[in-house]
Design a protein around this ligand. Structure first.
Ligand SMILES: *Cc1c(COP(=O)(O)O)cnc(C)c1O
Length: 636
């Protein structure tokens, strides 16, 4: 390990290396000379701390989910542009049309921004349920935009879709199960509207990564080849084979390996060619989602990374498609993808403040007393003769003496003060050993976990279950770093705990410089100064999967737009759930509750426990709390 220089020479670049921001930031985040994290566009950059300052002035308390609209726009632009470039470069004879799958982030502000900015590319929407369909129909405005309907579709869903066709949208029903076809045939004949039909095939190309165990034969989605043949025959019978215009093949989400994507495209082409041979009028090929986000910045085929960039993704799809279909002499179809994660991940950042820190250091080393217990003297001895070579031995001895003291305490043979002195000495010995470990070439097995076991616990003002559910559910890694003070060396090693009372409410896996690390370097807190930590790339999937554990509700949300002169506008803000909100989600009636509390207080007045004035004060506190934020609030 490198010796770190002292504080005065610490540079933001060193912080950039520690936290890897240049690797995962996708050119959207950087560090200023003042040691502040900035959000960047091609023409401007703004310190996140300036935005936090603006939030404070607007009484938007931490935690806050910050959305940067320019980044969302930029991702849509980059995606469409990269496909356009690849199509031009490879002389592909058709176009690209993107759709955004609403399930990845259904928040109205996000979907509306995508629809609005996406207009210029006729960027469409993918829906998987009636509510999403309803949202899409009222959000898209450009005729000719795609609406891709996946999921199970009942009569009503089908009717909505057929009406959308009448309104000028290219609304495709993607058949996922054989049972859907009769409904579509019946409804379209009834309403006299020709449906646009797609078919989802079960891909046998298996892909790796967290989210993709359902690809292959056992996939719950899509038709098997025999079901596919049946579908073609039924459409022929109904004289509707010309309606089958789209082939859908979603390989999975967060596909880390570009070779697997190529493999999937080749397989899809085989289906495409043979369905054309069967007489289907295919003209769209939809590769679904899967474009990965490099959360770790490692550029590897690890499940939280990806071994390709956007340009390669597009080039590989277009190239493979062209070469494969040209062999069969088939006209090039419009390429559709349903990138969700990659579209929205970058634009949201969770920002929270640190409320407190627990350190595993002696609070105070005991002064040597006259009649000090022999075991304490033994521990002092260990401390005195600690060397690099004797680290393991000292470690064992420290444990032995401390455990002895604990045993004696249990039996009433030493007092609380003696035990406390022993615990302090014990921590001092372990801290000293830990310092030595950095100098060791081979760390003894017993001491491997020492750094983690001595790591500070930083308590963050957020709920993991509400705001970062995938960390809890599937060990997802997100880039996490302080958003200021990056011109100072982060000298503490920490894990982060949230404010739910759940032992799972903690983060102890971080993106390290080489590998996953169990601790995160953070700065010592300063008295009277907030310390802000950001969790980055959280725009995909986190918001709706979150739950109300301990009744911590939705956080405040702020959308900003960065301007070219480094200023920024607060374009939207949503105050998070109040306590009344979350209580009513679980069927409490806040009005009735207030009434009951009032009755309890009134009785106390009557029975002489409090005065009427005190009652009034209590009711005020209760009501203010009921209509306040669910998170830890700082007094003004
Ligand atoms: C979830 C899903 C997507 C989005 O996938 P990402 O990997 O997030 O881009 C796209 N299409 C379908 C059918 C999906 O189920």
């Amino acid at each position: 390990m490198n010796r770190k220089p002292s504080d005065s020479t610490w540079t933001p670049q060193q912080s950039a290396d520690v936290y890897g921001i240049d690797h995962w930031g996708n050119d959207y985040f950087g560090l200023s000379d003042q040691g502040l994290v900035t959000a960047k566009t091609l023409t401007t950059q703004v310190p996140l701390m300036d935005i936090v300052q603006g939030m404070t002035e607007r009484d938007l308390q931490m935690p806050v989910l910050l959305r940067i609209e320019n980044i969302l726009d930029a991702q849509i632009y980059r995606l469409n542009n990269a496909f356009r470039d690849a199509i031009k470069k490879l002389d592909y004879q058709a176009t690209y049309r993107g759709v955004y799958p609403i399930k990845v982030n259904q928040q109205a502000q996000v979907v509306e921004e995508i629809a609005d900015f996406g207009k210029r590319f006729k960027h469409g929407l993918e829906v998987g349920s009636k509510p999403e369909m309803i949202a899409a129909l009222s959000t898209l405005t450009e005729p000719g935009s795609l609406i891709i309907c996946n999921g199970y579709k009942d009569q009503e869903f089908v009717e909505l879709g057929l009406q959308a066709v009448k309104l000028g949208f290219l609304c495709f029903f993607v058949i996922e199960t054989p049972a859907e076809l009769p409904i579509i045939i019946e409804r379209s004949k009834q309403l006299n509207i020709e449906p646009l039909i797609g078919v989802r095939v079960k891909m046998t190309s298996k892909v790796s990564g967290h989210w993709n165990s359902t690809s292959g034969d056992r996939s719950v989605f899509g038709l098997s080849t025999s079901q596919l043949i049946q579908l073609v025959d039924r459409l022929k019978e109904a004289d509707m084979l010309h309606c089958l215009q789209l082939l859908h093949c979603h390989l999975g989400s967060q596909i880390p390996n570009i070779r697997e994507i190529r493999g999937g495209v080749v397989e899809a082409c085989r289906y495409y060619a043979d369905l054309c041979g069967e007489g289907a009028a295919l003209s769209y090929i939809d590769f679904g989602g899967g474009l990965a986000v490099d959360y770790t910045g490692a550029q590897s085929n690890d499940s939280q990374s990806r071994n390709y960039n956007l340009e390669e993704y597009c080039t590989d799809i277009v190239d493979t498609l062209k070469n494969t279909l040209d062999e069969y002499d088939i006209k090039h179809p419009t390429i559709v993808t349903e990138s969700g994660r990659a579209t929205v991940a970058y634009s949201s950042i969770l920002i929270f403040n640190i409320l407190d820190v627990t350190k595993f250091e002696p609070i105070e080393l005991p002064k040597i007393g006259d009649d000090e217990h022999q075991l304490l003297q033994d521990m002092r001895e260990v401390l005195a003769c600690l060397t690099l070579q004797k680290a393991q031995e000292c470690y064992n001895d420290a444990h032995f003496y401390r455990d002895e003291i604990r045993e004696l305490f249990k039996r009433g043979q030493v007092d609380l003060r003696t035990r406390s002195a022993a615990e302090n000495l014990f921590l001092e010995i372990l801290q000293q050993i830990n310092k030595n470990l950095e100098l060791m070439e081979h760390i003894p097995v017993d001491l491997e976990g020492l750094k983690e076991s001595l790591a500070d616990i930083y308590y963050g003002n957020f709920s993991l279950f509400q705001s970062l559910p995938d960390i809890w559910a599937i060990d997802q890694l997100f880039p996490i770093m302080p958003i200021h003070r990056l011109d100072e060396e982060p000298k503490r090693n920490a894990i982060i705990a949230d404010i739910t009372c759940d032992c799972d409410g903690k983060i102890d896996k971080f993106i390290g410089q080489q590998d996953v690390s169990s601790t995160l370097p953070l700065h010592e807190l300063k008295d009277g100064e907030e310390y802000y930590v950001g969790v980055f790339l959280v725009g995909a999937y986190q918001e709706t999967l979150g739950d109300l554990h301990n009744l911590f509700g939705d956080t405040n949300v702020v959308s900003v737009r960065l301007n070219d002169d480094s200023s920024f506008d607060f374009v939207k803000e949503i105050h998070g759930d109040t306590i009344a909100d979350v209580l009513s989600y679980v069927e409490y009636e806040p009005k009735e509750m207030a009434l009951r509390y009032r009755n309890t207080a009134e009785r106390a007045v009557k029975e002489g426990r409090i005065t009427a004035r005190e009652r009034q004060h209590m009711l005020k506190t209760y009501n203010a709390s009921m209509h306040g934020y669910t998170y830890f609030e700082r007094d003004e």
